[in-house]
Design a binder for this molecule. Structure first.
Ligand code: HEM
Length: 340
């Protein structure tokens, strides 16, 4: 097949996957920019792009693009080295920066991939992957002592950028990305055949500006996120706390409703069998689900108190009250058991 068997076909695959990755990186920097000006909206976008089916399909598509791009890069490098020794690219470049990067695309790509590995461990694995794996707060990463829901990008910005190594590693990655992407965009146009004397200098200029704006924005974001995280902005800002509070409020209401419905269903079932009230109490409140409810309710109350210390959350208070009542009912049921 042309895309795999011929050298120009393989370069075309590189160009096509590279174009998609450039578009992704551009979208990504724009999405991060929302976090600079409107952190609560950023969290809403992260929630929307969480572990929903369309986000998972997009993530798998993206992973495939990266994999194809990397495999073809290695393939072309080996092929070029075999054909031309160290003179790997047939195009002679005269743009400063491009010439050096054209000779070092593989190394630059490896630095970008190394950054990407660190980045995905810090964000994707704790957000989208964590959401797929578990919906229990006990399994999520903890930020300042409270579990961070995977939909709250700002809490993960706090976690990543409070570590001073993060901006250093990121800025190294961004510089490599600048060289890699600058040459990549230029080379991509070349592969598409848009290399006439009039358009090539213009396209080079567009590539240079595009890459520089994207990378400058990434660097600015890393700096701002670091400054904000050092000030604990993402855990102390009241608007953000309200958003985190809404989440814990929903969790509290859901748990309370689920437990109440379960209890009502149990009572109805046992009454239909003719069981008396004491027997129903004994049976229900000595079952493990009641201890589990109390533990989950306390965990939610503790998380909400730590993550939203400046707020009073009605539904969380209601849940705590219900958990207290259940605890007393457990004691009562145990005493009934002992008396029998
Ligand atoms: C300041 C810089 C950056 C920040 C703060 C940032 C932030 C994030 C966050 C929060 C996510 C998780 C989204 C989610 O799973 O819901 C993410 C995912 C990702 N980021 Fe970044 N990012 C930055 C730079 C970059 C760069 C430069 C690249 C590529 C070269 C990149 C590639 C990715 C990829 C591939 C994913 C996974 C996307 C997916 O889940 O489909 N990021 N990033």
């Amino acid at each position: 097949m042309w895309l795999t068997c011929s050298s120009i076909g393989r370069k075309f695959v590189m160009a096509l996957t590279g174009t998609c990755l450039v578009l992704f990186v551009t979208f990504h920097v724009a999405m991060n920019a929302v976090a600079l000006f409107w952190p609560t909206a950023y969290n809403s976008i992260c929630g929307f792009l969480g572990a929903n089916w369309y986000a998972l399909v997009a993530s798998m598509g993206l992973a495939l693009l990266f994999i194809i791009h990397i495999i073809y890069a290695l393939w072309l490098t080996v092929q070029n080295r075999r054909a031309r020794g160290n003179d790997r690219y047939c195009v002679t470049a005269h743009t400063p920066g491009v010439e050096w990067s054209s000779k070092n695309m593989l190394v630059l790509g490896i630095v970008v991939v190394a950054f990407l590995v660190v980045h995905l461990i810090q964000f994707w694995a704790k957000m989208q992957l964590a959401e797929i794996v578990s919906d229990s707060p006990a399994d999520w990463s903890s930020v300042n002592g409270a579990p961070a829901a995977p939909e709250f990008g700002t809490l993960y910005l706090q976690l990543a950028f409070q570590n001073i190594w993060t901006p250093i590693v990121y800025i190294i990655g961004f510089i490599a990305l600048w060289f890699h992407m600058n040459h990549g965009v230029w080379s991509m146009f070349q592969t598409y055949g848009w290399n006439n004397n009039t358009w090539m200098p213009r396209l080079k200029c567009i590539g240079l500006w595009w890459t520089s704006i994207v990378v400058a924005l990434f660097i600015a974001q890393a700096v701002v996120f670091t400054v904000m995280a050092q000030k604990n902005y993402y855990t102390t800002n009241v608007e953000l706390q309200q958003q985190y509070g809404e989440f814990w409020g929903e969790q509290a209401t859901e748990l309370n409703e689920e437990f109440t419905a379960e209890f009502a269903h149990f009572v109805k079932q046992e009454q239909a069998k003719g069981a008396d009230q004491n027997a129903i109490m004994r049976e229900f409140f000595t079952s493990p689900k009641c201890e589990q409810f109390v533990a989950k309710a306390n965990a939610i109350a503790e998380a909400a108190a730590k993550q939203c210390p400046d707020l009073t959350l009605q539904s969380v208070e209601m849940l705590s009250g219900a958990a207290h009542d259940v605890e007393q009912s457990i004691e009562y049921a145990k005493s009934l058991n002992q008396n029998n």
